[in-house]
Design a protein around this ligand. Structure first.
Ligand code: TYM
Length: 328
């Protein structure tokens, strides 16, 4: 069975972008692949997090993984920091990644270009830790949204270089990016990615948002004055984004959606999208509350850490022997 690994940063609450770009696919793939899905808590401290908020977000993230359909019997679910090998291989990967490569990462470049203050060393070297997250597990595929593709490609480059230098050690993984939903945009500025760091709450739908609020956000999503539901991301980015959302939920093609809303207004289309999103979120939210109340999260994390550590430890041992830092 081929293996997959992926993770989500629990910086703030999970939103519709992380759900449609990543989590929904993890759930679909878990029947066909050996899945390792973690909460990337070491990644989220690259930016200061209030400790109490972070802890709540970690618990919510795990509860949402399960509420969205990840099954701990089929998928190994764990906290990144529980498997100490991530940080150690992360350092080794850092020593095998060139400054020029890190300088080319668009996420870091964007932050620098915006003149963001207080950028940490962690933000800069985070792609090396991400390489370690993937390579530790000999993953064949890494299901991610479009914005993480560059990091997985860097991971491939680093893995190939390492294999050439030290002999075959790592499987060179492939990013797996869905055709629809891989880049969900902000509802109130559809030229920007939907993101938890968006300062404007109106643009982002959180999985745990009150459903009335969700409906309101969708109904007030920015559109255009073309007045036709059709897929034209350049001239109608708001409608294109809502079509992406609808299609990711229902599997309807863009042509089918266009035909369905032929001669109808944007209000009707938005109501349709709001109905679909709210119906799915209602189920997720009700399961989420049951999971938090059940107290099952600690057991899931303990079991996940044991299973993930066994694989990660063997890989780290192999790497350390090959690079010559061990005496035995
Ligand atoms: P993160 O936490 O920013 O996002 C988690 C996953 O959700 C996808 N995503 C989106 N997809 C579509 N539209 C959006 N608006 C949107 N926003 C987020 C992301 O592409 C991602 O797949 N570095 C990673 C976490 C990570 C990781 C890894 C992933 C750490 N180590 C190893 C895979 C393998 C991150 O910050 O994702």
């Amino acid at each position: 069975m081929k293996r997959m690994v992926s993770g989500i940063k629990p910086t703030g609450q999970l939103h519709l972008g992380s759900y449609l770009g990543a989590l929904k696919h993890f759930v679909e793939y878990q029947n066909e692949y050996d899945m390792y899905i973690f909460v990337a808590n070491l990644h989220c401290i690259t930016v200061y997090q209030k400790p109490e908020e972070l802890k709540k977000n970690l618990i919510d993230c795990i509860a949402l993984y399960i509420a969205c359909g990840l099954d701990p019997k089929r998928t190994t679910i764990f906290l990144q920091s529980d498997v100490k090998e991530h940080a150690q291989l992360g350092w080794i990967m850092n020593c095998n990644t060139y400054l020029g490569e890190l300088n080319r990462m668009t996420q870091f470049k964007d932050k620098q270009a915006k003149g963001e203050q207080g950028l940490t060393g962690g933000i800069y070297t985070y792609p090396s830790l991400m390489s370690a997250d993937i390579l530790l597990y000999d993953a064949d595929y890494v299901p991610v949204g479009d914005d993480q593709k560059q990091h997985v490609e860097l991971c491939r480059d680093v893995a190939m270089r390492f294999n050439n230098r030290y002999g075959d050690t790592f499987i060179v993984p492939e990013p797996l990016i869905a055709k629809v939903g891989a880049r969900i945009m902000s509802l109130n500025d559809p030229t920007k990615k939907m993101s938890k760091s968006d300062n404007n709450d109106k643009g982002c739908i959180y999985l745990l948002d009150d459903l009335k609020k969700v409906r309101k956000k969708i109904m007030s999503a920015k559109t255009d004055d073309v007045a036709k539901v059709q897929y034209d991301p350049i001239n109608q980015p708001g409608i294109a984004n809502l079509m992406q959302i609808a299609s990711a939920f229902t599997n309807e093609s863009f042509d089918e959606l266009t035909a369905k809303f032929d001669g109808k207004g944007y209000g009707d289309f938005k109501k349709y999208v709001a109905d679909i999103v709210c119906a799915e979120l209602e189920v997720i939210q009700s399961r989420y509350h049951d999971i938090v109340d059940s107290g099952m999260i600690n057991t899931i994390l303990e079991n996940g850490a044991i299973k993930a550590t066994a694989i990660a430890k063997a890989k780290l041992d192999e790497v350390q022997r090959k690079i010559g830092i061990e005496v035995k």
